[in-house]
Each structure stands twice: as structure tokens, then as C-alpha cells.
Design a protein around this ligand. Structure first.
Ligand SMILES: *[C@@H]1O[C@H](CO)[C@@H](O)[C@H](O)[C@H]1NC(C)=O
Ligand SMILES: *[C@@H]1O[C@H](CO)[C@@H](O)[C@H](O)[C@H]1NC(C)=O
Ligand SMILES: *[C@@H]1O[C@H](CO)[C@@H](O)[C@H](O)[C@H]1NC(C)=O
Length: 254
């Protein structure tokens, strides 16, 4: 395989790319095929103005029908953390081409540590179509993972899929770390399901992201089940308005 001939295709496909965490255990790792797809961005594209049946676990593009291989599962060490690779395309991760097209950034290119859009105050970063949806690191909205204690995707619902970790100011660099609460109990024998969730804070189409993963809590010591998720309430200026306990995902412009 000649990387020189592949590169133009990789770059061309970035035109519509956004960002998603790549890791073994994800749905659509080969796009909607069972053949190796080192240059796929099927799982990356945003969700916008869709019916729930279509945005839920990226049914619109068929990703919910392309689970990971048996044995590929995202491990969540209770009380520890896990790492994922945020990128616009699988090509810019270590899952493809032996990592030849990776950099510390999600687009596989070089940027200054204080990467920001043009102007002062900075406008939106325009990497391709503004795939990072931000002006700079401080404006990056943050993203979350949620867990459902169900081995079958068809049993996952809004109420049993609860947010368990948030990484502030992500997506930003390629490598992102999410902490795992020590209180998460073990998953059923077939493992759990997880979703990565992102509602960007401006800069481009006001869309959202939901990517699916098979996941499994390891080293669990708690046996207390996770509570049913409640609808979250935006509460930046008044903590008394915040919903305590397990919360559902935020859904935006669907
Ligand atoms: C992805 O492609 C590789 C290489 O062909 C294959 O071994 C693997 O089973 C595929 N995985 C999925 C989930 O399609
Ligand atoms: C980040 O961008 C926002 C929006 O332009 C701006 O208000 C803020 O000052 C910037 N922060 C830094 C650290 O440059
Ligand atoms: C999940 O992790 C537990 C604890 O390490 C292990 O016993 C179990 O086999 C794992 N389940 C799956 C589906 O990988």
C-alpha cells in the first residue's frame, strides 16, 4: 500500500469531518462494513435535526448495526481512567496505518499549543469545516460518556443510559482521558453499552454527537446499581437548580 496515493483521499474526506473518540470497542470501527476501513469517518459525522429513532446510536447511517468484534470492549477501570483518540477520521489515529498520520491534534497536523482562530478575541478555528467547533481550548464545550447496564443495544433507553464522566474542554487534543467513578458496579456478563456525547458550544452548525461503544467496568467494588437517569437542568449560575444524582444525556436540535 502506498501512503502517497492514499493521502489525497484522506485529506479530501476531511471536508465533511468532525470529531469522535476512536477506540477498540466502538461501533462502526470499519464504517458500515466488515472489511478493514482505515480511512472511515462514518462515526464522526454530526447529528442534526433528526428524529430520535435516527440519531439514537447513529441509526441514521447504520452504525447501530455494526457492533465491535467479539472481545473488543472499552474497559472502564472503576476509580481509574481510560484514554481515547479524538480524531476527524480513523486515519488520524493509531488504529490505522500504524499511526503514520497521527499528531497530538485530531486532524493529524501540527498546531501551536495555544491554537486558536484568527483575530482578537479569536474567531472559530477553521480546520477543514471547523470540525472542532471552538475558538480555542477554553471555549471547547467538553464531552461526556454515559453507561447503560445492558448487553443488548436494543435494551438501552434514555432512562438507563446515564452520564458517568465528563472531560472539560474536549474535544481538543487527540488523546483524551476520562475518569471512571469508583462507585460504578460491575456490568452484566455480556458487558455494558456506552455512548460518547458532545454538544458543541457554537462555531458551526448547532449539531450534536452520539457514538456507541461496548464497554465493561473492571475492578468494581460497588454492588449498588446505578440509579435511573433524570433529565438534566442547565444551572451555571444557580447550583440549587442542578439535578442531583444520575442524569440522562443532553439532546440538542433534534
Ligand atoms: C474490521 O476489519 C478487520 C480487517 O478486515 C476485521 O478483522 C474485523 O473483524 C472488522 N471488524 C468489524 C467490527 O467489522
Ligand atoms: C478564547 O476565545 C474566546 C472567544 O473568542 C475569547 O473570549 C477568550 O478570551 C479566548 N481565550 C484565550 C485564552 O485566548
Ligand atoms: C468485564 O469485566 C469483568 C471483570 O474484569 C470480567 O470478569 C468480564 O469477563 C468482563 N466482561 C466482558 C464482556 O468482557
Amino acid at each position: 500500500m502506498h501512503f502517497q496515493t492514499l493521502l489525497p483521499f484522506v485529506l479530501a474526506s476531511l471536508a465533511t469531518a468532525h470529531t469522535v473518540p476512536w477506540v477498540k470497542g466502538m461501533y462502526c470501527i470499519n464504517g458500515t462494513s466488515h472489511e478493514d476501513a482505515p480511512n472511515t469517518n462514518t462515526a464522526v459525522n454530526p447529528l442534526y435535526n433528526l428524529a430520535k429513532a435516527d440519531w439514537w446510536f447513529q441509526h441514521d447511517r447504520g452504525c447501530d448495526a455494526y457492533p465491535p468484534d467479539e472481545g473488543d470492549i472499552l474497559e472502564l477501570p472503576a476509580g481509574g481512567s481510560f484514554e481515547v483518540e479524538m480524531a476527524h477520521n480513523r486515519a488520524q489515529t493509531t488504529l490505522s496505518y500504524d499511526g503514520k498520520f497521527t499528531s497530538i491534534w485530531p486532524d493529524g497536523k501540527e498546531h501551536p499549543e495555544d491554537w486558536s482562530g484568527p483575530g482578537n478575541p479569536p474567531e472559530c478555528i477553521t480546520d477543514g469545516t471547523g470540525a472542532l467547533h471552538t475558538n480555542n481550548q477554553t471555549m471547547a464545550a467538553g464531552s461526556a460518556f454515559a453507561i447503560s447496564y445492558n448487553s443488548e443495544l436494543s435494551d438501552v433507553t434514555s432512562e438507563n443510559l446515564v452520564v458517568f464522566t465528563v472531560a472539560a474542554h474536549t474535544p481538543w487534543k487527540r488523546l483524551a482521558s476520562f475518569s471512571v467513578p469508583a462507585a460504578l458496579p460491575a456490568c452484566p456478563p455480556g458487558g455494558c453499552h456506552c455512548a460518547w456525547l458532545w454538544v458543541p458550544n457554537g462555531c458551526g452548525q448547532p449539531n450534536m454527537y452520539m457514538a456507541g461503544y461496548r464497554c465493561n467496568v473492571t475492578g468494581a467494588t460497588s454492588t449498588i446499581p446505578v440509579a435511573k437517569g433524570q433529565t438534566p437542568v442547565y444551572c451555571p449560575d444557580d447550583a440549587s437548580k442542578c439535578v442531583k444524582g444520575a442524569k440522562q444525556m443532553v439532546v440538542w436540535n433534534q
